[in-house]
Design a binder for this molecule. Sequence first.
Ligand SMILES: Cc1ncc(COP(=O)(O)O)c(C=O)c1O
Length: 357
Amino acid sequence: MARVYNFSAGPAMLPQAVIEKAQAEMLDWHGTGMSIMEVSHRGADYMSVASKAEADLRALMAIPDNYKVLFLQGGASLQFAMTPLNLAQAGDTVDYFNTGVWSEKAIKEASKFCHVNVVATNTSAVPDRSEWKLSSNAKYVHYTPNETIGGLEFQDIPDVGDKVLVADMSSTILSRPIDVSKFGLIYAGAQKNIGPAGLTIVIIRDDLMGKARSGTPTMLDYKVAADNDSMYNTPATYAWYMAGLVFEWLKETGGLSAMAAVNQRKADKLYAAIDGSNGFYANPVKLSDRSWMNVPFTLKDSALDAEFLKASKAAGLTSLKGHKIVGGMRASIYNAMPEAGVDALIAFMADFARKHG
Ligand SMILES: Cc1ncc(COP(=O)(O)O)c(C=O)c1O
C-alpha cells in the first residue's frame, strides 16, 4: 500500500528511509538473531546503540561538553513539572512567556511548585521586548519556541540576560541549527522531529543539576538520570533506537543547516498559498512569527471543513484537522514531510478553492 502524506502534529511522519531500516533490522539486529527491542539495555549491543544516538545528536546540534543529554520518558508534559522541581525551591519566582496552549500548560503545572510570573502574553505574535515584565529574581525564564497548536514561532532566541533560559522545543527541535549555549535547559517530546512517542530528550547544563528540591521523586531528578546515563530504570529502548536512526538520517541528509533550508522553503510556499488564496484560506499569525513546523489555517466558510478533510484524505493527504481548541485545519510539516508532500497539499488547496470559491 502506498504511504500517504501525513500532516499529523504528533506522533508524526517519520522518514521513510528510517522506517525501512528499522523494518530490515526488525527480526535480526546486526546478526544477533534478536530484535533490538528484545535485548537488555545494559548489554554491550544496546549500549552501543544508545551512545551512538547521543553522539550523533551532540554532533547535529553542536551540544557543548558542559551539557548532559538525557533520554527520558513521561513526555514534554512531565518536564512541565521536572523543570520547577529541579531548578527552583518552593516559594521561588520563575518567569514564563505565555504564547499559547502549551505555554499555558507549562505555567499551570509550574504554579503548583513555584510563584509564576507571566512575562508577557500574546498568542498571535511573539511579544515585543517592550511588553516583557521579567522579574529580577526569577530562577529561570521559560518559553515555548514553537506553539504547536497556534503555529506561533520565535524566530530568535529571547535575550534574557544572565537568567537561565528554559525552552520547550517539542515541535521545533532539529528543524534548524540553534545555539545550545544560550540555554540552561532544553526539552522535547520525541514524537515530532525525533522519533516515536515514548522518549523525551532533555539537554541540561551541568551546573543546573544536583539542586532539586527535597522531596523530589528519584525518577524526576535530572542528576539521578545523568549519573545513570539515563538508565536509572529501564529506558524506552526501542524509541531511543529509532531516534538514533533519525539522527543518522539527518546527518546523511546534510545536517540541520540543510534541513533548515528545506523547512523554510516548505513553510514559505505553504504560507504563500494561503495568503494568495484571495481570502479562501487564512492564517492568523503575524507574518514574521509564523511557525515553520505547524501551519494552522481556516477556510473562509467553516461549513466546508468536513468536505475539505474528506477530499484531502481521498487525495492521500491525511490528518489535516486542526486542534479541537482552535478548529480549522493544521498542516504539520516536520523534517520528515517531503517537500513533495507540501507541493501536493498546495495543489490540492488551490483545486479545492477553485471548486468551492
Ligand atoms: C510544544 C509542546 N509541548 C508539550 C507537548 C506535550 O508533549 P507530550 O505529549 O510529549 O507530553 C506538546 C505535544 O504536542 C507540544 O507540542
